[in-house]
Each structure stands twice: as C-alpha cells, then as structure tokens.
Ligand binder design. Sequence first.
Ligand code: MN3
Length: 241
Amino acid sequence: MDRKQFLQNSLILGGAAILPSNSLFAASATEGGIDKIVDENGNFIQQTLPYSENFLEPSMDAETMHLHYTFHHGGAVKAANNDLKKIRESLDSNNLETVDFWTKKLSFHFSSHILHSIFWTNLTNKQTSPKGELQRRIDKNFGSYGKLKAYIAATSKNVDGNGWGILGYQPYSDSLVVLQCENHEKLTQWGVIPLLVIDVWEHAYYLKYRNKRADFVDALFNIINWDNASLRLDTALKLVK
Ligand code: MN3
C-alpha cells in the first residue's frame, strides 16, 4: 500500500468501521464517526463525544470531561486549522519566512486532535479486558495482560511533564509497542497506529485527582474500552495487509 492509499484508508478509520454497532455508546459516535477528523477539504473537524459528559463518572468527572473536550481538544482543532491556513498562505504568497514555525505547530495540534479523538472512544463506563487477536498479541509481545497493564501504567505515570502513554501496533515489526509520548507528538516510532491512548496532561485529571496522577491512571483501568482497542487492531491489520 502506498502512502496516499494509507492516508485515504486512515480517513476511512471512521466511526462506522471502528466502533461496534451494538455498543452502548456507538449510536451517537457512529454518526459521522469519531475518527473522521478531517473533512473533504482537508480541514479538521471535531466529532461530538460518543457519550454524555457524566457517562464516565466517577472515574472521570463531568466537569473535567466538559473542559477537556470543549477547550483542550476543541482548542487544538481550531489551532490546527489556523496552522494549516498559515502554511497554505505561505505557499500561496511564496513567502516561507515563518513556514517552519507553522509546520511545527501543526504537528503538535494535529497530533493532539488525533490522540484526543481516539481517547474518547477508548473509554467506557464498565470494566473490560482484551480478547481475541488483541489478547493473543499482548501475550506474545508482553507476556500477559497483567504485564502489559503494569508496563503501560508505569510508562504513563512517569511521563516527564505533559504527555501520553500509548499502546500501538507497529507495522514494521508486526508487533504491539508501548510508547511514552511527550506533549502530543514526541517520542513516537514512525508508522505506529495507536490502539489505546492514556492522556496524562494535567488538564485530564487535576480537578478531581489534584496532584495524584498515579491514582488517575489506576482509575482509568476501570473504564478502558478494550473492545474499542481490539477493533482498532483489527482495522490496523487490514490496513497494512
Ligand atoms: Mn488532553
């Protein structure tokens, strides 16, 4: 598959393909699809949350959810569109004086948009665990679900400053990998397709958990939607075949 095909398929990673139609929250999320984050003109769009703001209580409180979705994720979408506009203007006017600045900003804001869009669908209001192909690959690559859980928890809790813990599928090695991402775009491995993302920016937990990031990460394991991570793996495997 060439790069253009990959990108086109990535855009099709939208709700209908990625979310189980029978899940509790799928009804709203599949309208347009939470992963459909770019419109036909290449501009960034934010989908509605796949559940109400109090759906993840008490692990994630409604006020945090409201601020996080509206101002942090929403702000990144607006900023990414502005970055893109500035790059297009630079190219149109043949003035590349500031284009490197906007390119760097776009990497930050678009990555934020991607990770937040995945994050909302990665959560649900009940405890789940990995099954099927995802479980098989977790056992193969990490030893067991318990070992992966400990690994991704330690990785997330210990991010320097703001960032994310990420479980992803790495097509180049055909394996699952854990990443410790700083900000939204640093310390990646090229090619990795995120399956499960854990937001450990302070805005994700500070209202309820104050300075206790570790407690927040532990609480998240009660609301991770492993069925969604599983579907993302199935889709990733089809994409790279
Ligand atoms: Mn966030």
